[in-house]
Write a protein that binds this ligand. Structure first.
Ligand code: NDP
Ligand code: PYC
Length: 337
């Protein structure tokens, strides 16, 4: 563990808060952004943990995020809400819009929320997990920057476009999955590049379109979708429903807006919530119990449920803390010099 440093979760939070405050983020954004960075470390999701402090510092220095943006909630229809993040980080916009979304889902059975005009670097699972803990079935989608080639092509057009899903489970942690529609998140390739590690074939191609195991070459060339044409179609769907459908940018538009700054993506996010109690009335408990049989059928044969690893990590890191690469910590501390 010599190349790693142990930090308690309180130390992770302090580090995030100090860096983000030093870079000028308003108090409300510092809190909302720190929450997701701590959650990333706590659940051992390294690509969206404290590494993102380097990304935030870069994005802020590039002038690509509104530091004290006050999101504005627009209640546009019985089952629709939009939140204009006003060029700030998405986390605060989600925090302010979530109660409105949940109330609408309970009243109408289903509701959707569009976050607009936000800077997005976060994992989506904290959001769908939160909604599922409130008893709602939840979906979340966001485009990013055009880094990913379509199946059969060689030039980036899609973002890494994650898709997240949360399902409430009585007496258990919610069932949650959240993954990029690229073979892997870009952050994971960045971490490989930082550590000088090769990437598996299938994650990316170089600028000439050749398969590569060189992380830097894949970052310069194009990333690949997961599952060939299937990931490509899902990624297209995310571009559409979290871009034009909610009046926001596609990943190609986001990277054009970036203008070479290499800052975090700017655009929208779509979140959908469904209330099983409204769908099923008095039969909700009975049908949610049937869902448990499905989970048992998966886990009972030794396959693991998505998020199981995260929940196990969460229980462990609460007492043991987390181990972060020494070089990463030094680079973050250098932001404060
Ligand atoms: P992975 O390919 O690691 O997939 C993560 C998901 O798959 C998790 O739900 C994980 O559960 C589950 N999983 C992984 N291995 C298994 C397994 N063997 N059996 C069952 N389930 C498994 O992640 P990605 O690199 O695709 O994405 C990482 C993160 O990056 C996501 O949180 C995503 O939101 C974020 N991201 C954000 C973007 C943005 O624009 N804001 C863009 C792209 C990605 P578990 O956590 O328990 O391991
Ligand atoms: O890791 O692909 C990624 C990513 C993009 C935006 C936030 N995370």
């Amino acid at each position: 563990m010599a190349d790693k440093v142990r930090l308690s979760l309180d130390e992770v939070r302090s580090l995030a808060e100090v860096v983000l405050s030093r870079y000028g983020l308003s108090e409300r954004h510092v809190e909302a952004v720190s929450d997701t960075i701590v959650a990333g470390e706590r659940d051992e999701c390294a690509s969206h943990g404290i590494y993102r402090l380097l990304v935030c510092a870069h994005t802020i220095k590039a002038g690509k995020v509104a530091l004290d943006a006050e999101p504005v909630v627009h209640d546009i229809a019985p089952a629709l809400v939009k939140v204009d993040a006003q060029g700030g980080y998405a986390q605060l916009a989600f925090k302010l819009g979530k109660p409105v979304l949940a109330e609408k889902a309970r009243r109408c059975g289903i509701a959707a929320m569009g976050l607009n005009n936000c800077v997005h670097f976060a994992a989506l699972w904290p959001e769908v997990e939160e909604l599922a803990r409130d008893g709602l079935v939840a979906f979340a989608f966001t485009p990013s920057h055009a880094w990913v080639a379509p199946a059969g092509g060689k030039k980036p057009i899609f973002g890494t476009n994650p898709i997240a899903f949360g399902w409430p489970r009585p007496g258990e942690h919610p069932y949650v999955f959240d993954f990029a529609t690229s073979a892997v998140a870009r952050g994971e390739i960045e971490l490989h590049r930082r550590e000088g590690k090769p990437i598996p074939l299938g994650w990316g191609i170089d600028a000439d379109g050749n398969p590569t195991t060189d992380a830097a070459a894949a970052l310069e060339g194009a990333m690949l979708t997961f599952g060939g044409h299937k990931g490509s179609a899902l990624s297209t769907m995310i571009e559409l429903i979290a871009g034009p459908l909610i009046g926001d940018m596609t990943s190609a538009e986001s990277i054009a807006y970036d203008g070479g700054a290499k800052a975090s993506p700017h655009g929208g996010e779509l979140i959908i919530a469904i209330d099983p109690a409204r769908f099923l009335g008095s039969l909700a408990a009975e049908h949610l119990a049937r869902a448990e049989a499905l989970f048992e059928g998966i886990a009972g044969q030794g396959a693991r449920l998505p998020s199981q690893r995260r929940y196990e990590a969460r229980a462990r890191t609460a007492t043991e803390g987390v181990y972060v690469p020494r070089k990463l910590l030094e680079d973050i501390q250098a932001l404060l010099d």
